[in-house]
Design a protein around this ligand. Structure first.
Ligand SMILES: N[C@@H](CCC(=O)N[C@@H](CS)C(=O)NCC(=O)O)C(=O)O
Length: 215
C-alpha cells in the first residue's frame, strides 16, 4: 500500500539523519575484482561497514546474510571460522576482515575517499547505528521466502540514500546477491542481467523484486 511506502521512506530518512548523512556516494574506486561483503541490513555494525563502502567508492558484491538465511550465512563460518557479520573478503589483496571498524579503515586506506568522523564517537557510533535499526523496525534482519536468481543483480544507490535503503533491505531479506555501486545520489537503479530488465525508483524496484523473485 502506498501509505506504508511513504511511512517507511520517512523512517528510512530519519535513520539517515541519525547517521548525520554518512555513507555519501563517492567516485567508483579502481579495482580489478569486486570485494565480497557478507552482511545484513538490520545489523548496526554492517551499517558502519556499508557507509565506508559508499564513501570509498569500492564496488562490492553483497551476499546478504539475514537471520535464518541459508544461502550465504553458512559460508561465513566456513570461510572465517565464526558466524559474525559483517565479513569482508577482498580478492584483490587477499584480505579477510571481520570487524566493522577494521573494514572501514581498510577500505579507506586501500581505496580512498572520506572516512566517517562518527568513528571518533566510539560506542556512541554503534548506539546511533542501533537506533537506525529501530527506526527501520528491524527491516533487513529476517529472511523471507524467495527464489533468488542465478546471476547477481546490479544495484546503484548510496548508503545514505533513504530510498536505496528500502531496496537493499528487501534484497537482503530475499537473500538476493547484488553488485553494489554507490557512486551517485540519483534515483536508485536496478539492472537485472538475468532478463535484461532495468528499473529505476525504489518503489518500482521493490515491486519488481517481489513479482519476479517470490517463490
Ligand atoms: N565487533 C563486531 C561486532 C559484530 C556483531 O556483533 N555482529 C552481529 C550482528 S549485528 C553478529 O554477527 N551476530 C551473529 C549473528 O547474526 O548470527 C563489529 O564491529 O563488526
Amino acid at each position: 500500500m502506498i501509505i506504508f511506502y511513504w511511512v517507511h521512506l520517512a523512517l528510512s530518512f530519519l535513520a539517515s539523519v541519525l547517521r548525520f548523512g554518512e555513507g555519501a556516494p563517492a567516485k567508483s574506486a579502481t579495482q580489478n575484482q569486486p570485494i565480497t561483503l557478507y552482511e545484513f541490513e538490520g545489523c548496526p555494525y554492517c551499517r558502519i561497514a556499508r557507509e565506508a563502502v559508499s564513501q570509498s567508492g569500492a564496488i562490492v558484491l553483497v551476499r546478504p546474510c539475514p537471520k535464518g538465511g541459508k544461502r550465504f550465512r553458512p559460508s561465513v563460518s566456513e570461510l572465517g571460522g565464526k558466524a559474525q557479520f559483517p565479513y569482508m573478503i577482498d580478492p584483490n589483496t587477499d584480505m579477510r576482515i571481520y570487524e566493522s571498524g577494521d573494514i572501514a579503515a581498510y577500505l579507506h586506506n586501500t581505496y580512498g575517499g572520506r572516512r566517517s568522523w562518527l568513528r571518533f564517537l566510539g560506542p556512541i557510533n554503534q548506539i546511533l547505528s542501533q537506533f537506525g535499526v529501530l527506526f527501520r523496525l528491524a527491516a533487513g534482519t529476517l529472511k523471507r521466502a524467495s527464489a533468488p536468481p542465478e546471476q547477481p543483480l546490479e544495484f546503484f544507490g548510496a548508503e545514505r540514500d533513504p530510498r536505496a535503503r528500502l531496496v537493499k533491505e528487501l534484497l537482503c531479506e530475499m537473500e538476493i546477491e547484488y553488485l553494489w555501486r554507490s557512486d551517485s545520489d540519483g534515483s536508485p537503479l536496478l539492472i537485472d542481467p538475468n532478463n535484461g530488465e532495468r528499473i529505476s525508483g525504489a518503489r518500482a524496484i521493490r515491486a519488481y523484486l517481489k513479482k519476479t523473485y517470490r517463490p
